[in-house]
Design a protein around this ligand. Structure first.
Ligand SMILES: [Zn+2]
Ligand SMILES: [Zn+2]
Length: 281
């Protein structure tokens, strides 16, 4: 029996914007980043080929936008082979049901993220008390109830492989969410981070608005395990990535990436962990 897909009861449009909203960057010939309001989606695959995947699924009510971005890059009537999720927060699954309905393609996520994607478990309530700007203040309105993808969502292969992304493997990077993953390609050091760290201070309104580039820890208001989050950043630094793209903010590469990431690992307590907030133990 097919389970009907639906969003949680608290699903809604979130009126948050950045200046990069609606713009895209070709990070590499086979990797395109596009910003939906305040979050990035990624298209992996050469535009001349038919094999490509969508990584993450944008903000609520952005499906038409995502479809047109894909048509522009890959051509009319082209569709991704699959949607790979770094995690299931509302800003990464916001348009997923319309997209799955439109293309009839599978979704893959880490097994520990599946309860949030199959109607079983809500995310912890956002912490609006963490210091910072309007995004943190807005966070109580963020959808946290589970969405229901039924049998359209599948666990990622346990051996680290990623369907339709043969040169990559996934790395479990929990802390921001229990089943958060990052995607790594060894031959050129390309790291698709998700929200394990980001390149904009998501809790500071002004930085979100102008997208000032600055490596920081995961968005604070939704991160529920800071020790795990720190360990995950260490794990990613140990890969020695050469290019990193993140769920929020601009791509970062080379010396700047190496230096900034080392600094984040070393000073995670001061830079990333809020001074107060309800997820501190
Ligand atoms: Zn997130
Ligand atoms: Zn996010």
């Amino acid at each position: 029996m097919d389970i009907e897909m639906n969003y949680g009861g608290d699903y809604k449009y979130i009126p948050a914007l950045s200046i990069r909203s609606g713009t895209g960057i070709e990070v590499l010939p086979d990797l395109y980043q596009h910003t939906i309001q305040i979050v990035n989606i990624f298209l992996y695959g050469h535009p001349q080929k038919d094999d490509f995947v969508l990584i993450d699924a944008g903000m609520p009510h952005s499906a038409q936008k995502i479809i047109s971005v894909i048509q522009e890059r890959f051509g009319e009537n082209k569709k991704p082979k699959a949607i790979i999720l770094t995690h299931g927060h509302f800003d990464h699954v916001g348009a997923i049901i319309e997209l799955v309905n439109h293309w009839n393609i599978p979704v893959y996520a880490h097994p520990l993220e599946l309860p949030f994607l199959t109607g079983k478990e809500s995310y912890p309530e956002p912490d609006a008390t963490v210091e910072g700007g309007l995004i943190a203040k807005m966070s109580p309105m963020f959808p946290i109830e589970p969405i229901q993808l039924g049998n359209h969502v599948h666990p990622l292969p346990a051996d680290g492989q990623i369907p339709y992304m043969p040169d990559f493997h996934w790395i479990h990077t929990p802390g921001h969410s229990p089943g958060h993953i990052s995607l790594f390609r060894e031959n050129d050091g390309l790291l698709i981070v998700g929200d394990a760290f980001v390149t904009v201070r998501q809790d500071a309104l002004f930085n979100v608005l102008i997208q000032q580039k600055e490596i920081n820890g995961p968005p604070r208001y939704l991160t529920s395990d800071w020790q795990q989050a720190w360990d995950s950043v260490k794990k990613l630094e140990a890969l020695n990535p050469q290019i990193a793209v993140t769920g929020h903010g601009l791509p970062i590469s080379g010396e700047e990436l190496t230096t900034d990431l080392a600094k984040l690992v070393l000073h995670f307590r001061e830079m990333a962990i809020p001074e107060y907030g309800k997820y501190l133990n």
